[in-house]
Design a protein around this ligand. Structure first.
Ligand SMILES: C[S@@+](CC[C@H](N)C(=O)[O-])C[C@H]1O[C@@H](n2cnc3c(N)ncnc32)[C@H](O)[C@@H]1O
Length: 211
């Protein structure tokens, strides 16, 4: 299995993401997960910021997290979650789950960080049942030329400084390329922390597999 180990980024993310949550991030996670039910897989769950936001109709969350420090924190968050959450080691391009075994998948701020996004989405597709849905909340390439230019320049170093995170990805196109139909998408800017404008263009929505 590919090793994902970003000890410094993991500690910074766990610390500073709390601020983003307090400034509107928590509401976005509510929106991301509203209406989910059944068995859900979360890819790259980090330290478990989504866990508190799962609706009680969700019967089980399998949260996959490869980074050891974040996985440890996620296990602690799982114990406080309103629904049963199992945290497991694993990577997106080789998910440790059988075919057709989940009703829904959640990717939040993770498709920027996986090395091979197409392989990850093919795996999500394999693990979801026919008609299953993917909930996504991701930062993407800006649709304005000025910010997109800044992102392209920063992206030369960004993945090395931020746990492999790329800031120039067109994730909506990748989701469609993987065979999902986008049924709802909201594009907006969100960057409550001053030095984070380069990750402000966001997409949040639902995509579905054919039945
Ligand atoms: C910015 S954090 C987001 C964490 C969490 N999803 C959230 O919404 O707060 C990016 C996450 O992607 C994870 N990640 C990086 N490469 C991965 C891979 N190949 N497979 C699965 N997760 C990965 C990191 O360990 C980290 O937890």
């Amino acid at each position: 299995m590919t090793e994902v180990r970003h000890p410094i980024f993991a500690r910074l993310y766990a610390r500073f993401s709390a601020d983003e949550e307090a400034k509107g991030g928590a509401e976005l996670r509510d929106e991301l997960l509203a209406g989910l039910a059944g068995r859900v897989m979360e890819v790259g769950a980090g330290h478990g910021l989504n866990f508190a936001h799962y609706p009680t109709a969700v019967t089980e969350v399998v949260a996959i997290e490869p980074e050891p420090h974040l996985r440890e924190l996620a296990s602690e968050a799982a114990a406080r979650a309103p629904v049963p959450v199992t945290v497991v080691d694993g990577v997106a391009d080789s998910l440790p789950l059988p075919d057709d075994s989940c009703d829904a998948a959640v990717c939040s701020l993770v498709l920027c960080s996986v090395a091979d996004r197409d392989a990850a989405l093919a795996e999500v597709r394999r693990v979801l049942r026919p008609g299953g849905e993917l909930r996504f909340y991701e930062h993407v390439l800006a649709d304005t030329p000025g910010l997109a230019r800044v992102q392209r320049v920063l992206n030369v170093v960004h993945p090395f400084l931020a746990g492999g995170c790329h800031i120039t990805r067109d994730t909506e196109a990748a989701i469609e390329r993987a065979g999902f139909e986008i049924v709802r998408i909201r594009r907006f800017r969100f960057a409550p922390m001053l030095p984070s404008k380069h990750v402000s263009p966001k997409i949040l929505g639902t995509a579905r597999l054919p039945s």
